[in-house]
Ligand binder design. Structure first.
Ligand SMILES: NC(=O)c1ccc[n+]([C@@H]2O[C@H](COP(=O)([O-])OP(=O)(O)OC[C@H]3O[C@@H](n4cnc5c(N)ncnc54)[C@H](O)[C@@H]3O)[C@@H](O)[C@H]2O)c1
Length: 330
């Protein structure tokens, strides 16, 4: 077998939670392109079924299951429906998250318990339960690949209290499961992005995008597609001896505490126009008006359809531009 054959996913069945937009959509399409049949689970029926149709259009089998991963019973049903629709489960990608709720997260001393519980439920409990449900399918077969979407916020304290804590929990959940399930030939790893231009970041201003670029050694604002190569590596035979790892795909952002914007002598590999292509696609599907570059103003920032509401919605507090270390993915 040639080395490039190690990356092929022909005939595998993959399940992506939160696959209807943003990072999840790009990962679902990448899995399909690499050969997998893909189940898309999302709370948003419109976007999720759209992505399932996109998967089918590249010649793979696909299925959409409307799932609220904050509900344990729906997680079990999601896995059972994937097996029923596509004949098995080889790859699980835990990605769902209801992002973009805060411009500025609540301070720690005032952090509402219900926001903490909401975040822990969606960002940490849901991946745990989905891993558990998937393992019941993978263990009898003696094979499986699981990738949890963590965040650089597991490593640096840049976002909301609950989000950073939950994502750090995802990294340890990944290590602990990997240590236990290696005996079944199940690899469990996680990926930690930096600020990524998905609909979760739709309210970042152009100034904020400039600032974020200037604090990343690679010099561009991360796109969902920047995660695809790492995902395919982690779910394919190319990484069979890699487990329990957190791969930071962050353009070098967390390598240092940057005291001043970085300067560069060569143009980055990705231009500002190219950064926002996937975000603009998603906002158009969601029918969220934007300025043509994917920036959504407060006036147009109606809640994305299907996203669960917090019991205590917070008024958006404008900051212009939010510093990169304070800009919240959560
Ligand atoms: N965008 C970033 O800057 C960034 C940075 C680091 C990590 N991440 C992580 O990447 C992952 C994807 O983020 P994104 O930026 O694409 O987010 P996003 O908000 O653009 O998309 C999240 C998807 O999850 C779905 N979803 C929300 N609640 C759900 C629920 N209860 N059940 C099922 N589906 C639900 C949404 O409908 C949406 O399709 C998340 O785990 C996030 O924490 C994102």
């Amino acid at each position: 077998m040639g080395v490039l054959d190690l990356f092929k996913l022909d005939g595998k069945v993959a399940l992506v939670t939160g696959g209807g937009q943003g990072i999840g959509r790009q990962l679902a399409l990448a899995l399909a392109e690499a050969g997998a049949n893909v189940a898309v689970a999302d709370i948003n029926e419109r976007t999720g079924s759209h992505v399932a149709a996109e998967v089918a259009s590249v010649g793979r089998r696909s299925a959409f299951m409307r799932t609220d991963v904050s509900r344990p019973d729906e997680i079990d049903a999601m896995v059972a429906q994937t097996v029923a629709a596509l004949g098995g489960l080889d790859i699980l990608v835990n990605n769902a998250w209801a992002g973009g709720r805060y411009l500025v997260p609540p301070t720690a001393e005032d952090f509402p318990l219900e926001d903490w519980q909401f975040t822990m439920n969606l960002a940490l409990q849901a991946p745990f339960l989905a891993c558990k449900a998937a393992a019941r399918v993978m263990i009898p077969r003696g094979r499986g690949k699981i990738v949890n979407m963590a965040s650089m916020s597991a490593t640096i304290a840049n976002a909301g209290l609950a989000y950073c804590s939950a994502k750090a929990g995802v990294v340890m959940l990944t290590k602990r499961l990997a240590a236990e399930w290696g005996r079944y030939n199940i690899n469990v790893n996680c990926i930690s992005p930096s600020y990524t231009l998905s609909p979760a970041r739709r309210r970042d201003s152009r100034d904020s995008r400039d600032l974020i670029r200037s604090y990343h050694p690679m010099g561009w604002h991360e796109r969902p597609s920047d995660l695809c190569g790492t995902l395919i590596y982690l779910v394919s035979d190319a990484s069979n001896y890699v487990t329990g790892r957190d791969i930071l795909v962050d353009g070098g952002h967390t390598l240092n505490v940057w005291l001043r914007p970085l300067t560069r002598t060569h143009a980055p590999l990705v231009s500002p126009d190219e950064e926002a292509e996937a975000l603009i696609h998603d906002l158009d599907i969601l029918a969220v008006p934007h300025d043509g570059t994917g920036v959504v103003s407060g006036d147009n920032d109606s809640r994305l359809p299907g996203a669960p509401a917090l019991s205590t919605p917070r008024p958006a507090t404008a900051v212009s531009p939010p510093p990169p270390k304070g800009a919240s993915p959560g």
